[in-house]
Design a protein around this ligand. Structure first.
Ligand code: DX5
Ligand code: ZN
Length: 221
């Protein structure tokens, strides 16, 4: 049995009280906080930078923070996110001039490194760097926005990524991001994912009457 982890994407949280939102998802069973960084260049949207990650750490959040960098070029921001308290830094191969170097840069700071695959990006980018990744993230939507529908072709890609991980014998996490929720998570798990990002499915289901206000939805996942 795989070690499944739920990673709420705070892109869909209420930013006016972000610290409380993160505390609440952790209290409701979240394992990892997924932190989406968008630059209005690599993707057509603008979100948050390292100072927000640092603010969450200063607020007392100790859960792993998984920084998904949708920025180009990526290298000059890697150190800033690690200094700000990132536990994982993942990036898109298209956003790095030298993928191997960016992966090594992340690990050299004692952080876990990951590569992210857009729906049309081939897994062959892993061919020579499998021993340098701690996480493979399969995008099941095109990056840039929360609330999109899951692209079914991601299931085949997850199966292929799972084959590669099992063949490598390495402890690499297989994460999926986009359109994931209680209705499709079982099928996605069967395709090989072990780490599930969910933004709108979790934050739209907040129950303000419940002190563990995200229990209902995280409990179903
Ligand atoms: C999209 C982001 C996702 C997004 C997922 O570019 O990487 O993490 O927040 O949102 P949902 O779960 O709503 O598809
Ligand atoms: Zn993401």
């Amino acid at each position: 049995m795989r070690d499944f982890k739920i990673a709420p994407s705070i892109l869909s949280a209420n930013f006016a009280c972000l610290g409380q939102e993160v505390e609440d998802v952790v209290a409701s069973g979240a394992d990892i906080i997924h932190f989406d960084v968008m630059d209005n260049h690599y993707v057509p949207n603008l979100t948050m930078g390292p100072m927000v990650c640092e603010a969450l750490r200063k607020h007392g959040i100790t859960a792993p923070i998984d920084c998904h960098l949708m920025v180009k070029p990526v290298d000059r921001l890697i150190g800033d996110f690690i200094d700000a308290g990132a536990s994982y830094v993942t990036f898109h191969p298209e956003a790095s001039e030298h993928i191997d170097r960016s992966l090594q840069l992340i690990r050299s700071h004692g952080c876990k490194a990951g590569l992210v695959f857009n729906p049309a990006t081939p897994l062959s980018h892993l061919d020579y760097v499998m021993d340098k990744v701690d996480m493979i993230l399969i995008m099941s939507v095109n990056p840039g926005f929360g609330g999109q529908s899951f692209i079914p072709a991601a299931l085949d890609k997850l199966r292929e990524a799972r084959r590669r991980i099992d063949a490598s014998g390495l402890p690499i996490r297989l994460e999926v991001d986009g359109g994931v929720g209680p209705d499709n998570i079982a099928e996605i798990a069967r395709a090989g994912a072990d780490t599930f990002v969910a933004g709108s499915a979790i934050f739209k289901a907040r129950n303000l009457d419940d002190p563990n206000r995200y229990d209902g939805v995280i409990g179903k996942m």
